[in-house]
Write a protein that binds this ligand. Sequence first.
Ligand code: ACO
Length: 328
Amino acid sequence: MGINILGTGCYLPEQKLTNDDFTRFVDTSDEWIRTRTGIKERRMAGWEPVWYMGSEAAKRAISKAGIAPEDIGLIIVASATGDFHTPSMSCVVQNETGAVNAAAFDMNAACSGFVYMLDTARRFLETDNSLRYVLVVAAEALSRFVDFSDRSSCILFGDGAAAVVIERSDKLYTSALGADGSGARLLYARSVNIAEEVKVEHEFDDGFPEKRLHKLYQDGREVYKFATKALPKAFHLAADKAGITPEDIDWFVPHQANVRIIETAAKNLGAPMDKFIVTLDHYGNTSSVSIPLALHESIEKGVIKRGQKLALIGFGAGLTYAGAIFEY
Ligand code: ACO
């Protein structure tokens, strides 16, 4: 059983940060950022809470799908930067969208979150015949966790939200989800409350190098190495189940972290770069939002067309990786 994407939507904060803007507070340059990452600018949330961005993206996806919100049976939201520990963001999105009949839960698989959600949604559709539509939402404000004094990480990230509405179909679908928790200490942001409660700084060395509350820490080089292997791995784990090769794919939609990671993954897959959707130049790395945002933009622009085969491949903190291959 496969999925059919009925509608997509996004929300982007108005505020833009160009590479030059960063030169005001860290020792960097537009040239360094462009050549090492491919990023030119990114959006940054101002007054918008993450749930607001997610809800706006969701409303647009529902409108595009042309369905009544009451007919949505399940909402899943992914975020690594949500506003609340509880309630789940999905409950807030339910209220904002009027999807009053939907069950709602959140998921956190960092930047792999969208593919994890999509795959979970498909499994719900497969096992519950009463379910017609699932709303899948990713929303992030990385800017609230980024350490703006760390030049190697602050330049990478951006904010925004994207959503899709799906239903079941008999089209091609294959997927694979994976994780390697031994890399948990390579990329993380602490929960503020927990860090205060257990007083990690003084009483217990938990082995996570960055002790400052809720600032994002990453070992860029190690994550880079992992990422270049994880993208081809996510593809092959999913593709091999269905006898699919890179040649069968019309569009790869990879997690948008660094264009050099995508170029290396393309080379390792033996697929040309012009089959890879790249949007990180104008959005940076928006974590779980990056794949559905790239998907949405490419559908809106008519780049991705009905009947084409897509490979969504992601990796992220955890460390996690995930691939989903399906016909649009
Ligand atoms: N401007 C100028 N110089 C910089 C900057 C900057 N913004 N950042 C780092 N440098 C310097 C370093 O200090 C270092 O200087 P040194 O040689 O004097 O020590 C030099 O540039 C080279 O540093 P590297 O770390 O080797 O640079 P690299 O080419 O590896 O690029 C980067 C760093 C962009 C972080 C890269 O490692 C990367 O993309 N890693 C993966 C990050 C990623 O994908 N994270 C998120 C994944 S999951 C998720 O999305 C949550």
